[in-house]
Design a protein around this ligand. Sequence first.
Ligand code: LAN
Length: 761
Amino acid sequence: MTHTILTKTPPVSVKEIWSCFRLQTHKGRQYWEFQPTKAIREEYGLRNHINWQDENAILLLQEIEKVFTFDRTTNPNSSDRVYRTSQQIPEYTTEENEIIKAFEQGVLFYSTLQTPDGNWPGDYGGPMFLLPGLVVASHITSQPIPEPFATLIVRYLLNHQLEDGGWGLHIEGTSTMFGTVMQYVSLRLLGKNADEPYMQKARTWIHQHGGATYIPSWGKFYLSLLGAYEWEGCHTLMPELWLLPKWSPIHPWRYWCHTRMVYLPMSYCYGHKITGPITTLIKALREELYLQPYDNIKWKQARNRVCETDEYTKKNLVLRTLYQLLNTYEKFHLKHLRRNALKFTLNYIDIEDKQTHFINIGPVNKVINTICIWHARGAEHPDFIKHVGRWKDYLWVAEDGAKMNGYNGSQLWDTAFAAQAMLEFPQSKIVRDSLHSIYHFIELSQIKEDPVGTKEFFRHRSKGGWPFSTIEHGWPITDCTAEGLKVSLKMHAKGIKGKEEISKERLVWAAEMLLSFQNADGGWASYEKTRAPKWLEWLNPAEVFGDIMIDYSYVECSSASMQALAVFATHNPHIYTNEIKSSLQQGAAFIRSIQRNDGSWLGSWAVCFTYATWFGVEGLIAAGAKTYENGEPDIAIKKACEFIASKQESDGGWGESYESCVQKTYIRNTESQVINTSWALLTLMAASYPDKPLIRRGIQFLMQSQLSNGDWPQQSISGVFNFNCMITYTSYRNVFPLWAIGRYISKYETKKIQSNIDVTP
Ligand code: LAN
């Protein structure tokens, strides 16, 4: 290939640039690589090994920047087009009626996105505080993010800057200090000049809101690591808490595992006061971020400061008093206690790294653990290298640039839902191959043994469970286990199996696992049983999130677990019969106890009442509650259906805003959403709600919204955590409409179709 220097950017199509980004997948692992197409190589005269300092490569980076410019004004949610346009969708014609056509075309489109090992990769972005953690880690450990991903990250951050110059906590949110300072700092660390107009605008926002001493505690932590804030301005993160006796009501083993696993490396960093090199850039940041000269800042006074825009959970008197005590201890802390505590935290970090194959439980501890291991062992150490090697597992490329996913993907979760959507109408020939491939993925993803250190490091059992993402990640979750078990049982019932079979013994493990997860209140939490009373929430130090201290019983997790146990009991009437019976009764009592007066349930993991009400109703039905099928329904089911029916919009759809989660009261979206509509319809159909025309109008809305290629449009953000941060579930726009339409077909249209087509191979 000749290497001529170009004088101007060659005209290439958007698609051509997109197709240089290739998704690699293996057993659910997913990461993006840059592999320029032949056309791009030739156009730009690129060598095999690209030197990104070369003039031509720089031109290509500029072109990439242009292509990944995204207009967020009409909808800040990207549609995952880079991945979704990478596959060829086969032609589809049919003689069937319009509903079957909608279903089959939808399945056909969606199954082209399935990977060879049977799962669905997809955009799992949304939160705006994740990438900055990665950028900070990359800066402190001097591991630059490789091009062209660094360029794509800059694009992403700029694409999501708001009109007023700031950034929110998540892509749909309004400006916050946390969001704005962290993106500002990230852009600076990635090489952007402070004089750029967009940087000036961001700085103005920061200054108008009091400067960066008003950043919430997690921001204070990141800035301290960088040396752009002083550790003295942080409340202590007291590593010694880990040395408390286990019975102590505030020992961190009792925290929700995400909080525990984030505060673990945070306390290591705090104990060592890890601070990156004070470079010219960091010195510049010290000037740019504050209203007063850095050296004059009264750091102690800044500890409690938090900008109004960010404060979701207010620091209460209990926490303030505790902080006073702990901060006083910090001044005089005992050296050997600190040493022991830090030794313990490092051991625990090592165990978490080993148990998760360096993926770690989530995107936050992922990057902080990397910093800890770099600090403890240095940049040459294999553990550090393995850590950096997993950064890419969290990066996702979409048309709005490269973002950090909220997990290493949502593979198992999406796959289990896709399976259940397809299983609503298994007679369709279109679903056959996809289902077999799904079985393979569900099989390989079940956790076959407890990881090392389960007992010593506070883990619930894992054997028999399913994770949210991949087997390598390996943290089992109640509802993921439930969905995995449900799908396995339903597939076996339809005669669908793979080369490797999920044995009966393994199904029993899963049922045992679910039984072992049930809380004393009758409900199920997310990853572990609830380990401390609710008052521990008074100690929540993270102002931007609600309810993060303990793992609560949730209607979603409870319902899923109950549904799975109920299906298990149907297929295995003699195993754990009494245990399951009483478990379902207690579960139902829990679900009833948290139903709101208006008949709804508040959602914790998606937006919001339509989601949770669907779970509430399915959970009660699993426990035997009467539907409208034979006369008068159970009162809870009736109230739930009436609630859902009352929220139908004039176009036949349903639409909730993410504000429903934040404010914990039903807030309508500006337009009907296919996802909310699907949940509402699934609820009504599960309960055999008698108003069929109402249901039909909902189905019609879904069909009208479907795109000509079988996809559905990406509308508002649909996932949430800790009530205040939203997260993208790209798969939901496909799986839930398909599920609702599938259920409609099997419930109301079955007579019109031949029913017993065999789906075995
Ligand atoms: C998730 C994603 C999956 C989700 C469901 C399985 C859907 C839910 O039913 C149970 C809770 C769970 C497992 C969940 C919990 C919170 C997570 C892990 C996330 C929303 C993905 C990202 C989020 C994590 C906490 C983000 C990092 C932020 C912190 C506050 C640590």
